[in-house]
Design a protein around this ligand. Structure first.
Ligand code: NDP
Length: 330
């Protein structure tokens, strides 16, 4: 059936300005790293994307190698986009990235101009788009001069294939160098995509102050620690349909006694606030004003709805933030 987006799709979501740019992002964005490959039913993928948009989630984040297999998340998104979302293109922020292994040989990995620009063309082909809103260098490359990698991002903008550019998992020093290299082309660095959650706080002291100073936004990936900061594993068991059971990126080895003690402590704090653990994890990240958007994944419509409902909760009090500290990893 033809998709008609909900009329009230902008009534609940909040939008935050990305650094000092003109672009606003939803407080919660949806990532397609998992759950959108050829291993998942198209109907579920379509239902999650439709529901997300109806809830005001205007930003979908991809990368060349999301799947499995590599490329398939872009292919699947492209198909659903063509069928459902084409009339809404101007209401969507769609991003993709290149930087991890994509194809064999020396030109399908890291940060050369050769790799980034050919990968972007391939992504646009799979997505069925003329341009992406944000094109990222997916990770720093220790061997390629940062001027070359940033020059490739700037070319993507100059060629009209990307409106904005971003970087992911760059250190504070590399971030400064990236912004300076882009400035040579009059292309601002829009956004940084770091990992950030109650279980990974490395960006708090180092990266966030630099982003604030440079006027660069941030969108935090794996905010639920891939599901560890949800009720998925609270019992200590691994559900057969969970990421820990089905993906090479999350091992059940992490379900230690220390882990269980932490999530059960956090879950009790969430319950006192009338929230789920996943919702507390989102509310906790959004307390940071350096954060533009929380980039979640979801394997079902129900998960997405629950996570988005975190935005209805009151902000954390100083006492609640202090109570979380012993259970959050430093
Ligand atoms: P999350 O930490 O949000 O983990 C998502 C997983 O958590 C889901 O697949 C699901 O697990 C579980 N989950 C989500 N909501 C709920 C809920 N309400 N209740 C219970 N369980 C829930 O994020 P991801 O690790 O998926 O990363 C999000 C996005 O960040 C990616 O899609 C990608 O766009 C980006 N990313 C970027 C990286 C980079 O290098 N730049 C690296 C990694 C991610 P289950 O499948 O078990 O149901």
């Amino acid at each position: 059936m033809t998709f008609v987006a909900a009329e009230n799709r902008y009534s609940e979501m909040t939008y935050r300005r990305t650094g000092r740019s003109g672009l606003k992002l939803p407080a919660l964005s949806l990532g397609l790293w998992h759950n959108f490959g050829h291993d998942r039913p198209t109907d579920t993928q379509r239902a999650i994307l439709r529901r997300a948009f109806d809830l005001g989630v205007t930003h979908f984040d991809l990368a060349n190698n999301y799947g499995p297999p590599y490329g398939s998340a872009e292919t699947n998104f492209g198909r659903i986009f063509a069928e459902d979302f084409r009339p809404y293109r101007d209401e969507l922020v769609i991003s993709t990235k290149a930087g991890y292994d994509m194809w064999p040989g020396p030109y399908g990995d890291f940060g050369s101009r050769k790799y980034l620009l050919s990968s972007l063309d391939a992504s646009l082909g799979r997505l069925g788009l003329d341009y992406v809103d944000i094109f990222y260098s997916h990770r720093p490359d220790p061997e390629t001069p940062i001027e070359e990698t940033m020059g490739a991002l700037a070319s993507a903008v100059q060629q009209g294939k990307a409106l904005y550019v971003g970087i992911s998992s760059y250190t504070p020093e590399q971030t400064r160098a990236a912004a300076a290299a882009l400035a040579e082309y009059n292309v601002p660095l829009l956004i940084h995509q770091p990992r950030y959650s109650m279980f990974d706080r490395h960006v708090e002291d180092g990266l966030f102050p630099v982003l604030d100073e440079l006027g660069v936004g941030s969108i935090c990936f794996s905010p639920l620690a891939q599901g560890l900061l949800t009720d998925r594993y609270l019992s200590g068991n691994v559900p057969s349909d969970s990421r820990a059971a089905t993906s090479r990126f999350l091992s059940s080895d992490v379900l230690t006694d220390t882990y269980l003690e932490r999530v059960r402590g956090l879950n009790a704090i969430a319950a006192e606030r009338g929230q789920t653990l996943a919702q507390l994890a989102v509310t906790w990240i959004l307390r940071q004003r350096s954060v533009t958007s929380v980039l979640v994944g979801a394997s079902s419509v129900g998960q997405l709805e629950q996570t988005v409902a975190a935005l209805d909760a009151p902000a954390l009090t100083p006492d609640e933030i202090a109570a979380i500290e012993p259970f959050a990893v430093h």
